[in-house]
Design a protein. Structure first.
Length: 122
């Protein structure tokens, strides 16, 4: 099984590595961004503490199942941090442009150009 797994992993790694690094940096930046709620910012560090320390919901003596709960807890912490953080903060850290509310950007054909001037009443 490992003979097949390692070559497939080596083929897929270059494709997924940039996204993995981008989301790792996003989680890092959101964890230290003060615009995100303190409870959300504490989720990932607390999940990492749960993974490192031996106190588990399911003991690690069972070979595979013992680590699955650690991965699930860490994955849920990352998911909650990204999904519950303010969207404009997440977009800023991902480098996405915020959508514009200007009518010129939504439908340029419905905008009328014009000029104005003031006339003195004196």
């Amino acid at each position: 099984m490992s003979r097949l797994f390692i070559p497939v992993l080596m083929m897929l790694l270059p494709r997924f590595l940039p996204n993995i690094i981008r989301y790792f940096m996003l989680v890092w930046r959101l964890t230290f961004d003060r615009r995100v709620n303190i409870i959300l910012r504490a989720l990932v560090p607390l999940a990492l503490v749960y993974v490192v320390f031996p106190i588990d919901l399911i003991r690690d003596t069972i070979p595979l199942i013992g680590r699955v709960d650690d991965i699930i807890i860490l994955g849920l912490a990352v998911l909650f941090l990204i999904k519950l953080a303010p969207p404009h903060v997440v977009d800023e850290h991902l480098g996405r442009a915020a959508p514009s509310d200007r009518p010129e950007d939504k439908d340029p054909s419905q905008v009328v150009d014009g000029k104005a001037r003031f006339i003195d009443d004196d």
